[in-house]
Design a binder for this molecule. Structure first.
Ligand code: GUN
Length: 285
């Protein structure tokens, strides 16, 4: 029977560390870290994420700046806002909530964000830095997953790690972080043959597929650490992961639930990145 990894608890611990460090820095330097969150259009899921990010800023003592732009916003208008935020000293981190409406090229927006303020770590400069292991920011979801793995006390070094999914936001950077910790990493995806044979060898299995209950019990090695990145909305409105929870808990040693696993970590890591950005921009080490 698996131990369930409590993402809410680990997330609260990270936020508390950030809050305490922020309090010390505010006393010493007389200014607060600032995060600008830009939302374009009316996507209800994006609205919830943005509200949660604002709430987390309050919890840790940051200033948050929200820019809610209309669905009709042009790429030029958004680029102009990004330039203004790049130049604003009170703004240490910039996050443009994705997806953006279709008239806007999200790559052009990501490229326009100053790499020092790119707290998502989506800018090609930051992506490249992760590749060579010389980074200031890590993308929030993979960084949060590493915290969850660390919370089990299991050392990644030498372990067989399998990541299912090859997105730029989760799969690829996740594989790189596991590799930096000396894991033996395999990336699987929709074209992978004999998937179950590969996943069944994994000591650490990260599922970032986007398909409800995709990973079944027979795909999991007994005693594995299983991390479920999925956030799939079922027809009945319930949230469901990529891993069949009931089957996985009979096989895994550690398992993240959905909700309450990876999700809460993402925002905490965003807070951590914003604090890092503040320190870098103010030459505090
Ligand atoms: N949309 C869903 N997840 C994310 C994220 O981590 N960052 C941004 N900017 N948009 C998102």
């Amino acid at each position: 029977m698996a131990t369930i990894i409590d993402g809410k608890k680990v997330s609260a611990e990270v936020k508390e560390q950030v809050r305490q460090e922020t309090e010390t820095l505010v006393t010493k330097y007389g200014k607060k870290p600032g995060l600008a969150v830009v939302i374009v259009g009316n996507d209800p899921a994006s609205r919830i994420y943005v509200n949660n990010k604002k709430k987390a800023c309050e919890t840790v003592g940051f200033q948050s700046f929200e820019y809610a732009l209309s669905e009709e916003t042009t790429q030029e208008e958004l680029l102009e806002l990004v330039q203004t935020l790049n130049a604003d000293e009170k703004v240490n981190g910039i996050l443009v909530q994705l997806p953006v409406p279709k008239q806007i090229n999200d790559k052009a927006i990501i490229n326009a964000i100053s790499p020092e303020k790119d707290v998502d770590a989506f800018h090609p400069e930051n992506v490249g830095r992760i590749m060579i292991g010389e980074y200031s920011f890590l993308p929030c979801t993979p960084a949060g997953i590493m915290e969850l793995i660390d919370s089990t006390g299991i050392d990644v070094s030498g372990k067989k790690c399998v990541v299912i999914g090859r997105s730029n936001i989760v799969g690829k950077p996740m594989a790189m972080l596991l590799l930096h910790r000396s894991g033996t990493v395999t990336i699987c995806h929709s074209k992978t043959e004999n998937l179950a044979k590969i996943t069944k060898e994994a000591d650490i299995l990260v599922a970032a597929v986007g398909k409800a209950n995709f990973v079944t019990g027979d795909m999991i090695k007994k005693g594995a650490v299983v991390i479920d990145v999925g956030m799939n909305r079922l027809e009945n409105g319930k949230l469901c992961g990529d891993v069949n929870f009931d089957e996985a808990k009979e096989k895994a040693a550690y398992l993240t639930p959905v909700p309450g696993g990876v999700g809460p970590m993402t925002i905490s890591m965003l807070m951590k990145n914003t604090l890092t950005a503040f320190k870098l921009q103010n030459h505090i080490f």
